[in-house]
Design a binder for this molecule. Structure first.
Ligand SMILES: Nc1ncnc2c1ncn2[C@@H]1O[C@H](COP(=O)(O)OP(=O)(O)O)[C@@H](O)[C@H]1O
Ligand SMILES: [Mg+2]
Length: 341
């Protein structure tokens, strides 16, 4: 199990199974994730990979089927229904993709922000002051009395962020908050998240369909089939940065920075499992058995040979040999399926 050393969010071997009629869907399949206090993390993955389910689990909206979720030292699975409601109200803030899910359409921006504070039992004058402060924080001092339909998509998401911050949560969860925005407005929203992370020390998880989110956050984790598959980390780059003179140069500079600054690492979980991306499996003809060989500087994984013969006829056994090279230095662990004699 992951330790709580400096970790604010710990997900350990999380499973979530949804049952629809007689069919079970595994939305999370042994997901491990650790987020440090004050970290800004991006979560990416194909549609249906389990991103929203993970956000719902972290937000206390869904109980996992198995595994552990510890947030700020609290084991969410051990909370009573009442404690979980309190957790959702004050310890975590949500921002969803659709403005309509974040805001009440007939309330002004200010009243939308006041609502969660009123529900949590705050006092009137304080609520009003804090709501105005939050509108200022998200740069909307000129929009206090506008109702959502009178605001642009980007402004609606700013109000949604202010609503999410109303009860001073320590954790902010955003599920595709820029999914319906153009790229310029999206960048402004990401800038706001960065500022909140830096100035308030807020721990933030942002789900995105955009792999370029790595430019805006400290770390990106990728979910594949309900499991953490890879992590993109930022590496500092040597050398001077060119000042782009036009949009094309800026794009080229960004692309270059992307190459230089970010590195995708495959996640190796506590049980030693890792996911080989589908594209590589297809390219190399991997099926459900592979051979592994330890070399001087790593492990080579190859498609297993002659499997048809053995798997279709009776019992097979796994043989494991240590192969030692001529000079005795190259050890190799070699696994292969053989028919039992
Ligand atoms: N409430 C639910 N009932 C049944 N299946 C669900 C439910 N929520 C999600 N799923 C299924 O779980 C999987 C993961 O969904 P989701 O977490 O929404 O993925 P993502 O947000 O990455 O698109 C999908 O196969 C989805 O159909
Ligand atoms: Mg989703």
């Amino acid at each position: 199990m992951a330790t709580s050393n400096g970790a604010f969010v710990i997900c350990d071997d999380l499973y979530k199974i949804f049952k629809v009629a007689d069919i079970e869907v595994m939305a999370l399949q042994g997901l491990d994730l650790t987020v440090k206090r004050g970290e800004l993390v991006g979560v990416v993955g194909a549609s249906g990979s389990g991103k929203t389910t993970l956000m719902n689990v972290l937000g206390g909206l869904t109980r996992p089927s198995a595994g552990q979720v510890i947030i700020d030292g609290k084991n969410l699975l051990k909370l009573s229904t009442r404690e979980l409601t309190a957790y959702r109200q004050v310890e975590v803030g949500f921002v969803w993709q659709q403005g309509s899910r974040n805001l009440i359409p007939y309330l002004s921006a200010l009243d939308n922000i006041k609502l969660p504070m009123t529900l949590a039992g705050g006092a009137g004058s304080q609520i009003d002051r804090r709501a105005r402060e939050l509108m200022d924080l998200v740069d909307l001092s000129h929009r206090y009395d506008h109702i959502p339909i009178q605001l642009s998509g980007g402004e609606q998401q700013r109000v949604a962020i202010a609503v999410a911050l109303a009860n001073e949560p320590k954790l902010l969860l955003a599920d595709e908050p820029t999914g319906e925005l153009d790229s310029t407005t999206s960048d402004q929203i990401y800038d706001l998240f960065k500022r909140l992370n830096r100035d308030l020390g807020l721990t933030i998880c942002i789900v995105s369909h955009d792999p370029l989110i790595a430019q805006h956050v400290g770390r990106v984790v990728a979910i594949r089939d309900g499991k953490l598959a890879s992590e993109t980390v930022r590496r500092s780059r040597q050398g001077a940065k060119r000042q782009p003179q036009n949009a094309e140069q800026e794009r080229a500079e960004l692309a270059e920075r992307w190459d230089d600054h970010f590195e995708e690492l495959i996640v190796l979980d506590s049980a030693g499992r890792l996911q080989i991306p589908k594209q590589y499996r297809e390219q190399l003809g991997f099926e459900n058995r592979v051979e592994m060989e330890v070399t001087e500087d790593g492990i080579v994984i190859r498609p297993a040979q002659n499997l048809d013969e053995t798997s279709s006829q009776g019992e097979i056994q796994l043989e494991r040999e240590i192969r030692v090279g001529e000079n005795g230095t190259r050890g190799g662990l070699f696994s292969r399926f053989r028919r039992k004699s």
